[in-house]
Design a protein around this ligand. Structure first.
Ligand SMILES: [Cu+2]
Length: 121
């Protein structure tokens, strides 16, 4: 009898847990996430002394935005001089519109090991 009760309460616990999980999934997968993803699609984040993603592929005419999340200043400096952000402090942003197809390499001029590439199709 005790064994049965233990099993029954384990089952009840599992069902309760599953219901909560299902509800949580329903609420967290609601529509508001979609616009956020679209907004971030052409954003490159500077984090832990890296550009993320290191390579971003976009269509011609796209404006790419960089955002520095580090406590250290970074820059977005094109290898060819096409664009140059100047120093970006934490939470600062820089945007550039890529009109022509090509491969655009850039670095952080303060930390030259930080490199990134934008591929415009
Ligand atoms: Cu840097």
């Amino acid at each position: 009898m005790r064994k049965f009760i233990a099993r029954a309460s384990a089952t009840a616990l599992f069902i309760a847990f599953a219901s909560v999980t299902a509800l949580f999934t329903v609420f967290t997968s609601a529509a508001p996430l979609a616009p956020l993803a679209a907004e971030n699609a052409n954003t490159i984040v500077m984090k832990n002394f890296d550009f993320a993603p290191m390579t971003l592929t976009v269509k011609a005419g796209t404006t790419v935005t960089w955002k520095n999340t580090d406590g250290e200043p970074h820059t977005v400096t094109s290898d060819t001089g096409l664009f140059r952000s100047g120093g970006l402090d934490q939470d600062d942003k820089f945007s550039f519109k890529f009109d022509k197809p090509g491969t655009y390499k850039y670095v952080c001029s303060i930390h030259p090991k930080m490199t990134g590439t934008v591929i415009v199709q």
